[in-house]
Design a protein around this ligand. Structure first.
Ligand SMILES: NC(=O)c1ccc[n+]([C@@H]2O[C@H](COP(=O)([O-])OP(=O)(O)OC[C@H]3O[C@@H](n4cnc5c(N)ncnc54)[C@H](O)[C@@H]3O)[C@@H](O)[C@H]2O)c1
Length: 247
């Protein structure tokens, strides 16, 4: 048995997820780097290991029930119970509502919303058996304000995850499990770089602090929810958005 908590971060091969994984490793956890791009997951885990952290990379498609079941079973068999789950994997869709077709809608919902549900349903029983656990969902400002530069599928998927966060928080509180969400504003990653220059200029103009968020600032919020002082905080959504609440 391990005394060092085990954390799984989905979509952590790069971007915000990678920063979260590094931060939780620096907080003293063993990390599972889980990403649909399994090469990136392994490379990120190798880099973390080389820098003295404890990390293992696996391939995972959060939208596939089979992939989720296999990843959670293999992880718990090999490394023990999962103490912290960060549902970070996601894709953005900037398509305006007039042009959003059902295929795009279904793809975004499958990864961002259904993927969060599938991972949570797979991991909660493990946490319940252990009598403790922390689930942290990475949502978005768009799930709070309806979205400005993103399409309706993305905004709805993230609003849906806020609903899931509050639902699970109420259901598993007596099992020693907290469920919270972090809602980033626009953060400097590959996902943000997909905005057009015009969209980017509009976003910068609308951020009260005058800049994009940094991945370490999102990771610090996750660290709080995953850490020892957050046991009385559940069902919360922490906005990390430079003050851009309703822009
Ligand atoms: N970057 C932003 O401005 C911003 C703002 C608000 C919220 N977010 C949210 O933060 C999270 C991370 O965003 P990011 O900017 O780091 O994005 P990113 O595109 O840089 O990274 C996303 C990661 O998720 C992985 N992924 C995609 N589909 C997957 C799947 N089906 N299964 C497993 N992994 C999958 C990708 O391979 C990638 O490594 C997302 O949930 C996103 O919606 C980002």
């Amino acid at each position: 048995m391990h005394d060092t908590p085990l954390a799984v971060v989905t979509g952590s091969g790069r971007g915000i997820g990678q920063a979260i994984a590094e931060r939780l490793a620096d907080d003293g956890m063993r990390l599972i780097i889980a990403d649909i791009d399994d090469d990136t997951a392994r490379q990120t885990a190798e880099r973390m290991t080389a820098s003295g952290r404890t990390a293992h990379g696996i391939g995972l498609d959060v939208a596939s029930p089979e992939s989720v079941a296999r990843a959670v079973a293999e992880t718990t068999d090999r490394f023990g119970p999962i103490r912290v789950l960060v549902n970070n994997a996601g894709i953005v869709s900037n398509t305006p509502w007039e042009d959003t077709g059902l295929d795009e809608w279904n793809t975004v919902l499958a990864i961002n919303l259904t993927g969060t549900m599938l991972m949570t349903h797979a991991v909660l029983p493990v946490m319940r058996d252990a009598g403790c656990g922390r689930v942290i969902n990475i949502v978005s400002l768009a799930g709070r304000n309806g979205g400005v530069s993103v399409g309706p599928a993305y905004a709805a998927s993230k609003a849906g995850v806020i609903g899931l966060t509050r639902h699970y928080a109420g259901k598993v509180a007596r099992d020693g499990i907290t469920v919270n969400a972090v809602a980033p504003g626009t953060t400097a990653t590959a996902m943000a770089s997909r905005f057009t220059p015009e969209q980017m200029a509009a976003i910068n103009d609308s951020i009260p602090v005058g800049r994009l968020g940094r991945v370490d600032e999102i990771a610090a919020a996750v660290s709080y929810f995953a850490g020892p002082h957050a046991g009385f905080t559940t069902g919360a959504v922490l906005d990390v958005n430079g003050g851009m609440h309703f822009a």
